[in-house]
Design a binder for this molecule. Sequence first.
Ligand SMILES: Nc1ncnc2c1ncn2[C@@H]1O[C@H](COP(=O)(O)OP(=O)(O)O)[C@@H](O)[C@H]1O
Ligand SMILES: [Mg+2]
Length: 273
Amino acid sequence: MDELKQVIYDVEKNRISIDDAVSENGVLPLMKHISWQFDKLPHMLITGGVGVGKTYFMLTIIKACVGMGADVRILDPKNEVLAELKGVLTKKVYSEKDGILTGLRKSVDGMIERMDEMEQMPNYKIGDNYACLGLNPVFIFFDEYEGFMDLLDMKERNEALSYVKQLVMLGRQVGYFLVLGAQRPDARYLADGIRDQFSFCVSLGLETGRGYANFGTGSVLEFYSPIVPKGYDFMSSIKKSLVGVEGAQATAVASGSVSDQTASGEGVSEANG
Ligand SMILES: Nc1ncnc2c1ncn2[C@@H]1O[C@H](COP(=O)(O)OP(=O)(O)O)[C@@H](O)[C@H]1O
Ligand SMILES: [Mg+2]
Protein backbone atom coordinates (compact mmCIF):
# COMPACT_ATOMS: atom_id res chain seq x y z
CA MET A 1 0.00 0.00 0.00
CA ASP A 2 1.50 3.36 -0.94
CA GLU A 3 1.75 6.17 1.56
CA LEU A 4 -1.29 8.13 0.41
CA LYS A 5 -3.55 5.11 0.49
CA GLN A 6 -2.26 4.33 3.96
CA VAL A 7 -3.20 7.82 5.16
CA ILE A 8 -6.69 7.57 3.67
CA TYR A 9 -7.18 4.15 5.15
CA ASP A 10 -6.08 5.38 8.56
CA VAL A 11 -8.59 8.21 8.47
CA GLU A 12 -11.46 6.12 7.15
CA LYS A 13 -11.05 3.60 9.92
CA ASN A 14 -11.91 6.41 12.32
CA ARG A 15 -15.36 6.75 10.76
CA ILE A 16 -18.22 6.06 13.17
CA SER A 17 -21.83 5.07 12.61
CA ILE A 18 -24.83 7.34 13.20
CA ASP A 19 -25.65 5.14 16.20
CA ASP A 20 -22.39 6.20 17.86
CA ALA A 21 -22.90 9.90 17.25
CA VAL A 22 -24.43 10.32 20.68
CA SER A 23 -23.72 13.48 22.63
CA GLU A 24 -22.76 13.57 26.29
CA ASN A 25 -21.85 16.62 28.38
CA GLY A 26 -21.64 19.01 25.45
CA VAL A 27 -19.44 16.74 23.34
CA LEU A 28 -20.83 15.30 20.12
CA PRO A 29 -18.61 12.59 18.58
CA LEU A 30 -18.39 12.79 14.78
CA MET A 31 -15.41 10.49 14.17
CA LYS A 32 -13.34 8.40 16.57
CA HIS A 33 -10.83 11.24 16.86
CA ILE A 34 -13.03 14.27 16.16
CA SER A 35 -15.94 15.59 18.16
CA TRP A 36 -17.89 18.81 18.20
CA GLN A 37 -17.72 20.63 21.53
CA PHE A 38 -20.42 23.11 20.66
CA ASP A 39 -20.02 25.22 23.82
CA LYS A 40 -16.38 25.88 22.96
CA LEU A 41 -16.72 25.93 19.17
CA PRO A 42 -20.17 27.33 18.51
CA HIS A 43 -21.95 27.21 15.13
CA MET A 44 -21.28 24.78 12.33
CA LEU A 45 -21.02 25.49 8.61
CA ILE A 46 -21.50 22.53 6.25
CA THR A 47 -20.68 23.17 2.61
CA GLY A 48 -20.50 21.11 -0.56
CA GLY A 49 -22.24 20.57 -3.90
CA VAL A 50 -25.45 18.66 -4.55
CA GLY A 51 -25.51 15.08 -3.29
CA VAL A 52 -22.36 15.11 -1.16
CA GLY A 53 -24.17 14.35 2.07
CA LYS A 54 -24.89 17.73 3.70
CA THR A 55 -28.50 16.98 4.57
CA TYR A 56 -27.66 13.47 5.82
CA PHE A 57 -24.99 14.95 8.05
CA MET A 58 -27.47 17.51 9.37
CA LEU A 59 -30.01 14.77 10.06
CA THR A 60 -27.34 12.88 11.98
CA ILE A 61 -26.63 15.92 14.15
CA ILE A 62 -30.37 16.57 14.55
CA LYS A 63 -30.82 13.05 15.90
CA ALA A 64 -27.95 13.56 18.35
CA CYS A 65 -29.31 16.93 19.49
CA VAL A 66 -32.82 15.56 19.99
CA GLY A 67 -31.27 12.68 21.93
CA MET A 68 -29.51 15.05 24.34
CA GLY A 69 -32.81 16.83 25.01
CA ALA A 70 -31.87 20.01 23.14
CA ASP A 71 -34.48 22.31 21.65
CA VAL A 72 -34.20 21.73 17.90
CA ARG A 73 -35.60 24.00 15.18
CA ILE A 74 -35.46 23.26 11.48
CA LEU A 75 -35.39 25.77 8.64
CA ASP A 76 -35.81 24.04 5.29
CA PRO A 77 -36.47 26.56 2.50
CA LYS A 78 -37.02 23.84 -0.09
CA ASN A 79 -39.60 22.09 2.07
CA GLU A 80 -37.99 18.75 1.26
CA VAL A 81 -36.06 16.32 3.39
CA LEU A 82 -35.67 18.16 6.71
CA ALA A 83 -39.22 19.50 6.48
CA GLU A 84 -40.47 15.92 6.69
CA LEU A 85 -39.68 16.20 10.39
CA LYS A 86 -42.81 18.35 10.78
CA GLY A 87 -44.68 15.32 12.01
CA VAL A 88 -42.04 14.55 14.65
CA LEU A 89 -40.83 17.98 15.80
CA THR A 90 -44.23 19.63 16.03
CA LYS A 91 -44.19 23.42 15.57
CA LYS A 92 -40.39 23.46 15.28
CA VAL A 93 -40.13 23.14 11.50
CA TYR A 94 -40.22 26.16 9.21
CA SER A 95 -40.25 26.14 5.43
CA GLU A 96 -40.68 28.45 2.47
CA LYS A 97 -39.86 32.11 2.44
CA ASP A 98 -42.15 33.61 5.05
CA GLY A 99 -41.79 30.59 7.30
CA ILE A 100 -38.00 30.80 7.33
CA LEU A 101 -38.04 34.53 8.07
CA THR A 102 -40.51 33.87 10.90
CA GLY A 103 -38.36 31.03 12.27
CA LEU A 104 -35.27 33.24 12.23
CA ARG A 105 -37.06 36.17 13.85
CA LYS A 106 -38.51 34.00 16.62
CA SER A 107 -35.14 32.46 17.30
CA VAL A 108 -33.51 35.88 17.64
CA ASP A 109 -36.37 37.04 19.90
CA GLY A 110 -36.01 33.92 22.02
CA MET A 111 -32.27 34.41 22.28
CA ILE A 112 -32.63 38.02 23.43
CA GLU A 113 -35.34 37.07 25.93
CA ARG A 114 -33.03 34.40 27.28
CA MET A 115 -30.23 36.93 27.76
CA ASP A 116 -32.49 39.00 30.01
CA GLU A 117 -33.83 35.92 31.74
CA MET A 118 -30.30 34.70 32.51
CA GLU A 119 -29.21 38.04 33.97
CA GLN A 120 -32.22 38.02 36.26
CA MET A 121 -31.54 34.57 37.67
CA PRO A 122 -30.50 34.83 41.33
CA ASN A 123 -27.51 32.54 40.78
CA TYR A 124 -26.27 34.41 37.66
CA LYS A 125 -22.67 35.60 37.64
CA ILE A 126 -21.04 37.58 34.82
CA GLY A 127 -19.53 35.16 32.32
CA ASP A 128 -21.91 32.30 33.11
CA ASN A 129 -23.21 30.49 30.09
CA TYR A 130 -26.60 28.82 29.63
CA ALA A 131 -25.31 25.47 30.85
CA CYS A 132 -24.11 26.91 34.20
CA LEU A 133 -27.69 28.05 34.75
CA GLY A 134 -29.28 24.72 33.86
CA LEU A 135 -30.76 25.88 30.54
CA ASN A 136 -31.12 23.67 27.50
CA PRO A 137 -29.16 24.37 24.30
CA VAL A 138 -31.14 25.43 21.24
CA PHE A 139 -29.96 24.25 17.81
CA ILE A 140 -31.20 25.89 14.63
CA PHE A 141 -30.63 23.81 11.50
CA PHE A 142 -30.78 25.90 8.32
CA ASP A 143 -30.35 23.97 5.06
CA GLU A 144 -29.90 25.40 1.55
CA TYR A 145 -28.85 28.74 2.98
CA GLU A 146 -27.63 30.60 -0.08
CA GLY A 147 -30.40 29.16 -2.25
CA PHE A 148 -32.81 30.77 0.19
CA MET A 149 -30.97 34.10 0.24
CA ASP A 150 -31.01 34.18 -3.57
CA LEU A 151 -34.83 34.17 -3.50
CA LEU A 152 -35.13 37.27 -1.34
CA ASP A 153 -35.42 40.88 -2.35
CA MET A 154 -32.95 43.35 -0.89
CA LYS A 155 -35.06 44.27 2.12
CA GLU A 156 -35.83 40.68 3.06
CA ARG A 157 -32.22 39.68 2.56
CA ASN A 158 -30.98 42.40 4.87
CA GLU A 159 -33.52 41.26 7.43
CA ALA A 160 -32.41 37.61 7.15
CA LEU A 161 -28.74 38.57 7.27
CA SER A 162 -29.31 40.61 10.39
CA TYR A 163 -30.97 37.64 12.14
CA VAL A 164 -28.21 35.25 11.12
CA LYS A 165 -25.59 37.71 12.25
CA GLN A 166 -27.20 38.19 15.65
CA LEU A 167 -27.53 34.44 16.17
CA VAL A 168 -23.89 33.72 15.40
CA MET A 169 -22.56 36.75 17.28
CA LEU A 170 -24.63 36.40 20.44
CA GLY A 171 -25.70 32.76 20.53
CA ARG A 172 -22.77 31.11 22.22
CA GLN A 173 -23.24 32.31 25.78
CA VAL A 174 -26.99 31.80 25.85
CA GLY A 175 -26.78 28.43 24.10
CA TYR A 176 -28.21 29.22 20.67
CA PHE A 177 -26.26 27.37 18.00
CA LEU A 178 -26.68 27.64 14.25
CA VAL A 179 -25.91 24.74 11.90
CA LEU A 180 -25.89 26.05 8.35
CA GLY A 181 -25.88 23.98 5.15
CA ALA A 182 -24.85 25.66 1.90
CA GLN A 183 -23.75 24.55 -1.54
CA ARG A 184 -21.24 27.33 -1.92
CA PRO A 185 -19.58 29.11 0.96
CA ASP A 186 -20.78 32.21 -0.86
CA ALA A 187 -18.93 35.25 0.39
CA ARG A 188 -21.92 37.53 -0.23
CA TYR A 189 -24.14 35.89 2.37
CA LEU A 190 -21.42 35.06 4.88
CA ALA A 191 -19.63 38.40 4.68
CA ASP A 192 -19.51 41.11 7.30
CA GLY A 193 -17.83 38.84 9.85
CA ILE A 194 -20.55 36.18 9.77
CA ARG A 195 -18.34 33.44 8.41
CA ASP A 196 -15.71 33.93 11.11
CA GLN A 197 -18.29 33.09 13.77
CA PHE A 198 -18.62 29.52 12.53
CA SER A 199 -16.00 27.77 14.64
CA PHE A 200 -16.59 24.34 13.13
CA CYS A 201 -16.55 24.10 9.33
CA VAL A 202 -17.05 20.93 7.34
CA SER A 203 -16.73 20.88 3.57
CA LEU A 204 -17.89 17.68 1.92
CA GLY A 205 -17.34 16.59 -1.63
CA LEU A 206 -14.23 14.45 -2.02
CA GLU A 207 -16.92 11.80 -2.29
CA THR A 208 -20.26 11.34 -0.54
CA GLY A 209 -19.82 11.96 3.16
CA ARG A 210 -16.12 12.67 2.79
CA GLY A 211 -14.29 15.98 2.89
CA TYR A 212 -12.46 18.23 5.32
CA ALA A 213 -13.11 19.60 8.76
CA ASN A 214 -11.63 22.85 9.94
CA PHE A 215 -12.08 23.84 13.56
CA GLY A 216 -10.44 25.16 16.67
CA THR A 217 -6.78 25.50 15.99
CA GLY A 218 -7.36 26.16 12.31
CA SER A 219 -5.84 22.86 11.28
CA VAL A 220 -7.65 21.11 8.45
CA LEU A 221 -8.35 17.41 8.88
CA GLU A 222 -9.76 14.84 6.54
CA PHE A 223 -13.31 14.11 7.59
CA TYR A 224 -15.96 11.45 7.12
CA SER A 225 -19.51 12.09 8.27
CA PRO A 226 -20.98 9.27 10.38
CA ILE A 227 -22.08 6.41 8.18
CA VAL A 228 -25.79 5.98 7.73
CA PRO A 229 -26.82 2.39 6.91
CA LYS A 230 -28.79 1.80 3.70
CA GLY A 231 -32.52 2.13 4.22
CA TYR A 232 -32.04 3.98 7.52
CA ASP A 233 -35.28 5.52 8.79
CA PHE A 234 -34.38 8.96 10.16
CA MET A 235 -37.97 9.80 11.04
CA SER A 236 -38.53 6.87 13.33
CA SER A 237 -35.05 7.05 14.89
CA ILE A 238 -35.44 10.77 15.65
CA LYS A 239 -38.91 10.07 17.02
CA LYS A 240 -37.46 7.35 19.21
CA SER A 241 -34.72 9.71 20.52
CA LEU A 242 -37.41 12.27 21.34
CA VAL A 243 -39.58 9.78 23.18
CA GLY A 244 -36.52 8.52 25.10
CA VAL A 245 -35.71 12.06 26.25
CA GLU A 246 -39.29 12.90 27.17
CA GLY A 247 -39.51 9.69 29.16
CA ALA A 248 -36.29 10.53 31.02
CA GLN A 249 -37.48 14.11 31.70
CA ALA A 250 -40.82 12.87 33.00
CA THR A 251 -38.97 10.57 35.39
CA ALA A 252 -36.69 13.41 36.48
CA VAL A 253 -39.66 15.73 37.09
CA ALA A 254 -41.41 13.02 39.07
CA SER A 255 -38.33 12.68 41.26
CA GLY A 256 -37.99 16.46 41.58
CA SER A 257 -34.64 16.90 39.87
CA VAL A 258 -35.73 19.14 37.00
CA SER A 259 -36.53 22.79 37.65
CA ASP A 260 -39.04 24.76 35.62
CA GLN A 261 -36.18 26.71 34.12
CA THR A 262 -35.22 23.90 31.82
CA ALA A 263 -38.47 24.36 29.93
CA SER A 264 -37.85 26.53 26.89
CA GLY A 265 -39.07 30.05 27.46
CA GLU A 266 -40.31 31.46 24.24
CA GLY A 267 -42.34 28.63 22.69
CA VAL A 268 -42.60 28.51 18.94
CA SER A 269 -46.34 28.40 18.80
CA GLU A 270 -46.95 29.58 15.28
CA ALA A 271 -44.52 27.58 13.19
CA ASN A 272 -45.87 27.39 9.69
CA GLY A 273 -47.02 23.99 8.91
N1 LIG B 1 -23.22 9.64 5.88
C1 LIG B 1 -23.77 8.95 4.88
N2 LIG B 1 -23.85 7.60 4.94
C2 LIG B 1 -24.41 6.91 3.94
N3 LIG B 1 -24.94 7.46 2.83
C3 LIG B 1 -24.90 8.80 2.69
C4 LIG B 1 -24.31 9.61 3.71
N4 LIG B 1 -24.41 10.89 3.33
C5 LIG B 1 -25.04 10.88 2.15
N5 LIG B 1 -25.34 9.64 1.74
C6 LIG B 1 -26.01 9.27 0.48
O1 LIG B 1 -25.90 10.34 -0.44
C7 LIG B 1 -27.17 10.83 -0.80
C8 LIG B 1 -27.16 12.34 -0.89
O2 LIG B 1 -26.94 12.90 0.38
P1 LIG B 1 -27.60 14.29 0.81
O3 LIG B 1 -27.34 14.44 2.25
O4 LIG B 1 -29.01 14.38 0.37
O5 LIG B 1 -26.71 15.31 -0.04
P2 LIG B 1 -26.80 16.91 -0.13
O6 LIG B 1 -27.70 17.40 0.95
O7 LIG B 1 -25.39 17.39 0.04
O8 LIG B 1 -27.31 17.22 -1.49
C9 LIG B 1 -28.14 10.30 0.26
O9 LIG B 1 -29.43 10.12 -0.24
C10 LIG B 1 -27.49 9.00 0.67
O10 LIG B 1 -27.87 7.97 -0.22
MG1 LIG C 1 -29.44 18.53 0.79
